[in-house]
Ligand binder design. Structure first.
Ligand SMILES: [Zn+2]
Length: 237
């Protein structure tokens, strides 16, 4: 009489274990997507498996460090609450310019402003912009993510201008993020940015592209407290 019971239990347990697998949308992993000029790893955290991809990155300018703790706190919150990104894929790069971050420099180690180095139609070659579009390994790492994931929405975290700026068809998304953060909404940053990610992704590719400008001095915890709602708006608007 014992054997049929054991078989039944076996069947029940097999069903139980497959039901216990986490839903695909909660899957996350980190991936080294490139290396800086000095060989520092550039890492992306990839969350979710299905749905449109949203690209989020910080510290393209190494002297704007607040993006790193802010995005790491955001990642921690997302991993604890996978329902926040169901039917979304999020590609989050807390630090795109690790050499600049190590030196507290805006530029990469070859002196190029990476946010002027994208293959936008308004790219202008110069010592600061690079000899040709995507000449720098850090730019290439982000371009690889754009090619691989074909994001439908982009968020870049900068400082110290304290505003929500945007390029491309992002009016209502940017306005909702400005409302959630209390930051001023600024359709234009007030000066030309040839070869910027906003020019490339927002204007040329027509992707809603948000530039979130934090104030100058802000701890990661304060940034997270101030911007949590706005970041969740970006993911769910
Ligand atoms: Zn910046």
């Amino acid at each position: 009489m014992g054997r049929p019971l054991l078989i039944l239990l076996g069947v029940f347990c097999a069903g139980c274990s497959s039901a216990g697998v986490r839903p695909a949308s909660s899957v996350s992993h980190s991936e080294v997507i490139g290396a800086s000029v000095e060989g520092r790893a550039i890492t992306a955290e990839i969350l979710g498996r299905d749905g449109p991809a949203f690209l989020i990155f910080g510290v393209i300018h190494g002297n704007e460090p607040a993006g790193e703790p802010l995005l790491n706190l955001f990642l921690g919150h997302l991993k604890k609450n996978p329902s926040l990104y169901s039917r979304r894929r999020l590609v989050v790069i807390p630090v795109l310019n690790p050499d600049g971050l190590a030196r507290k420099s805006r530029y990469n180690v070859r002196g190029v402003d990476l946010n002027r180095n994208f293959p936008a139609s308004n790219f202008k070659k110069s010592r600061r912009n690079g000899p040709y579009p995507a000449s720098e390994p850090e730019t290439k790492a982000l371009m690889k993510m754009i090619r691989q994931f074909r994001p439908t929405r982009v968020l870049a975290v900068h400082s110290p201008l304290l505003c929500v700026n945007y390029d491309g068809p992002a009016d209502s998304l940017a306005a909702a993020m400005a409302r959630a953060s209390g930051y001023p909404l600024k359709p234009s940053i007030g000066y030309p940015t040839p070869g910027s990610l906003g020019s490339y992704a927002g204007i040329d590719l027509r992707l809603p592209t948000i530039t979130l400008e934090l104030p100058g001095k802000l701890s990661g915890e304060k940034a997270w407290a101030d911007l949590k709602e706005a970041l969740l708006v970006f993911v769910n608007h």
